[in-house]
Design a protein around this ligand. Structure first.
Ligand SMILES: [Zn+2]
Length: 132
C-alpha cells in the first residue's frame, strides 16, 4: 500500500499509556488544514474523521478534536480527501497534483471516460467519503 510516510503519526495515537506527542501535533495540523478549507469557512464545521463518525458527521473543530482524542482516525484515511485534499498530492510531487490520474493517450474511449470523470470529479470525491 502507498501509505505516505509523513502521515505515519495518524495511527500512532498512543505511546505507552500517554498520547504520542507527534500524534497530538499531527492532529493540530490536521485541524488547521481542515479549517483552511471552504467547507469550514462556509459552515464553521468540518467532517469528523474519527473512527466512529467516519467522515459522515459534521462537527465543530473542538468536538472533532475531542473525538479524535477518544477514538483515533478512521482506518486508511491517509489522504484527507474529505477535507479538501487532492488524492496523491503528497505522494507524487512531480505531478503538480492536477494530473494524478492518467490513462493511455492512444485510447479515445478511455480518454472520453477520463474526461467524464474529470467533470464528475467532485461527485466522485464525495462518494469516496462514504464508508465502503
Ligand atoms: Zn467523530
Amino acid at each position: 500500500m502507498d501509505n505516505p510516510i509523513h502521515r505515519d503519526w495518524m495511527y500512532n495515537r498512543m505511546l505507552g499509556r500517554d498520547f504520542n506527542p507527534a500524534w497530538l501535533v499531527g492532529v493540530k495540523h490536521f485541524l488547521e488544514f481542515a479549517k483552511s478549507q471552504r467547507d469550514y469557512l462556509e459552515s464553521r464545521q468540518i467532517r469528523c474523521p474519527c473512527r466512529k463518525c467516519k467522515n459522515m458527521r459534521y462537527e465543530n473543530p473542538e468536538k472533532v478534536h475531542l473525538d479524535l482524542l477518544r477514538n483515533g482516525f478512521v482506518a486508511d484515511y491517509w489522504c484527507w480527501t474529505c477535507h479538501g485534499e487532492e488524492e496523491n498530492d503528497n505522494l507524487n510531487n512531480n505531478n503538480n497534483g492536477a494530473s494524478s490520474i492518467q490513462f493511455m493517450d492512444d485510447d479515445d474511449e478511455i480518454n472520453e471516460e477520463y474526461n467524464n470523470m474529470k467533470q464528475e470529479n467532485s461527485d466522485v470525491r464525495l462518494a469516496r467519503c462514504l464508508p465502503k
